[in-house]
Design a protein around this ligand. Structure first.
Ligand code: AMP
Ligand code: ZN
Length: 495
């Protein structure tokens, strides 16, 4: 059964939808995702970025028919990891196993802890580690980062000032386009102004730091450049340029992903560094950016304090797969407003599909078809996924399919064919199971209440039926009424 379709994808670089074909003519897509900064627990807004990248790479595999070499970096050295690992050292780090007073050791230990938390969270959200070819930690790639600083310097696009090395945006912009991913107003160029912070606003395009001079007590490595030794550490943008080159070169790679906030300065500067230091016209062919998860119209973020972590939501009783499904309910390029109600709606929608899959499993009763030429019954669903990973349209097409094709009307062979297609779909969406329906033990008092409510309904005693419905809900159950009978089901989590 073929699912292969040409994949189209919006490219921030060209501002248009283009067809994906591997740049090197092989069958492998090389994809780099800017990963987390591991100084704290990631929030569910960050998770939108990683789930979006995951679904994209799954679409490329299952719908595009490609191999994918997917790399996601771990930023374990930047302003925030340094700040928090030094602040944490007294109370937390001994418990994490660090030796006191060792800046390198503290940083590695501190960030290793948050990296493990991150890996656990993404796994809980259905991101498979075996889909990732590498999860490079920045501090393991200091040497190639230093080499890139030297190469940029030798090409004439960097200078040393007070122990740091800066990228000379003015000199670069005379030879290359700057502002390819994010249109920059010329009047915002501030020639000769230097910025040390890893993150800066869009209103001030200035020389950004490639190599930061060591401050007291900070971890540092020696950079040999221009006859000097500069103890310091890499800037954030530099890290991704060097790691993507180390693990995925030659440039351009096929796809580079991140949230829209990374377009500028992070991705613009990554791109400029690569062009300047590696002498290539492009770092990546596609640049793919997901929109924000918002809360009441504002980006979910640590600094605004309007965030939920995965743990917060699990503690409220939500199922992680419902959270994944909720994140897929909007197209990755539109803003998604986060609400508990939205996750509950996703839970109900996911459950409807799961019930259908269980009906198919019951209907086929172990019967399997493996017919390579059979038409794919979910053709339209796959088509929508191939169309710029349009998950909401794909899910709408899926619900239409379910409504139009009741399992009761299928024979064993037909049910097996449909079940097979659902399995392929689930290798992209990854929220359902084809294991047989779990047996649910329903307590006697719940059975009695349900029986009484059914009788009350038949007698059209609506007030009594409602009272019994509430009594069932208080025990964590609800009834799904049919024409001739009912099912008793546990209430969805989070309700
Ligand atoms: P950080 O660890 O802050 O570098 O962020 C990791 C990823 O999460 C980046 O790709 C960000 O663009 C992305 N991100 C951060 N906040 C949000 C949000 N509210 N919605 C969607 N993506 C986000
Ligand atoms: Zn990056």
């Amino acid at each position: 059964m073929s699912t292969v379709h040409p994949i189209s994808l919006y490219n921030t670089l060209s501002r248009s939808v283009e067809t994906v074909t591997p740049v090197d003519g092989s069958q492998t897509i090389r994809m780099y995702s800017c990963g987390p900064t591991v100084y704290n627990v990631a929030h569910i807004g960050n998770m939108r970025a990683f789930v979006a990248a995951d679904v994209l790479q799954r679409v490329l595999r299952t719908v595009g028919g490609y191999e994918v070499r997917w790399v996601m970096n771990i930023t374990d050295i930047d302003d925030k990891t340094i700040r928090d690992s030094s602040e944490t050292s007294d109370c937390w780090l001994p418990a994490m196993g660090s030796r006191a007073g060792d800046a390198h050791g503290d940083l590695r230990t501190f960030t290793a802890y948050w990296m493990q938390e991150f890996l656990h969270d993404i796994q809980t959200l259905g991101i498979r580690q075996d889909h990732l070819a590498a999860l490079p930690r920045a501090t393991d790639y200091i040497q190639p980062m230093q080499q890139l600083v030297v190469d940029i310097f030798n090409a004439g696009y960097a200078y040393v000032s007070q122990g740091s090395v800066y990228f000379n945006v003015g000199a670069y912009a005379q030879q290359h386009a700057y502002g390819r991913l994010y249109t920059i107003d010329r009047e915002h160029f501030r020639e000769g102004v230097r910025i040390d912070a890893d993150e800066y606003d869009r209103e001030s395009v200035s020389d950004f730091v490639l190599w930061k001079a060591q401050k007291d007590g900070e971890p540092a490595w020696d950079l040999h450049i221009d006859g000097q030794v500069l103890p310091g550490r890499p800037g954030w943008h530099l890290e991704c340029s060097a790691m993507s080159h180390e693990l995925l070169s030659p440039f351009p790679i096929d796809i580079h992903t991140g949230g829209v906030d990374l377009r500028f300065p992070h991705h613009e500067d990554e791109l400029a560094q690569c062009c300047a230091g590696y002498h290539v016209p492009d770092q990546s062919h596609f640049w793919v950016h997901n929109e924000f998860l918002e809360v009441d119209g504002r980006k979910m973020s640590k600094s605004l304090g309007n965030y939920y972590t995965l743990r917060d939501l699990l503690d409220k009783g939500f199922d992680p797969l419902d959270i994944r499904f909720a994140l897929l309910s909007a197209h990755y390029r539109t803003v998604l407003n986060f609400t508990f109600e939205g996750v509950r709606a996703a839970a109900a929608a996911r459950r409807r599909v799961q019930e259908y899959i269980w009906d198919l499993v019951d209907r086929t009763d172990g019967y399997e078809v493996v017919d390579a030429d059979a038409p794919n019954p979910l053709q339209e669903v796959f088509q929508e996924l191939a169309n710029d990973v349009h998950t909401p349209k794909a899910l709408a097409a899926l619900h239409t399919f379910i409504n139009v094709h009741p399992v009761e009307e299928m024979d064993e062979h037909e049910a097996a064919r449909v079940l097979y297609a659902f399995g392929l779909l689930n290798s992209v969406v990854a929220v359902w199971t084809a294991q047989p329906r779990p047996e649910i033990e329903i307590p006697d008092d719940v059975l009695d209440l349900a029986d009484a409510r059914w009788e009350a309904r038949l007698a059209k005693n609506w007030a009594e039926a409602d009272r019994l419905r509430d009594a069932l809900a208080a025990l964590g159950w609800h009834m799904k009424d049919g024409k001739d009978g009912y099912d008793i089901l546990p209430l969805e989590p989070g309700t």
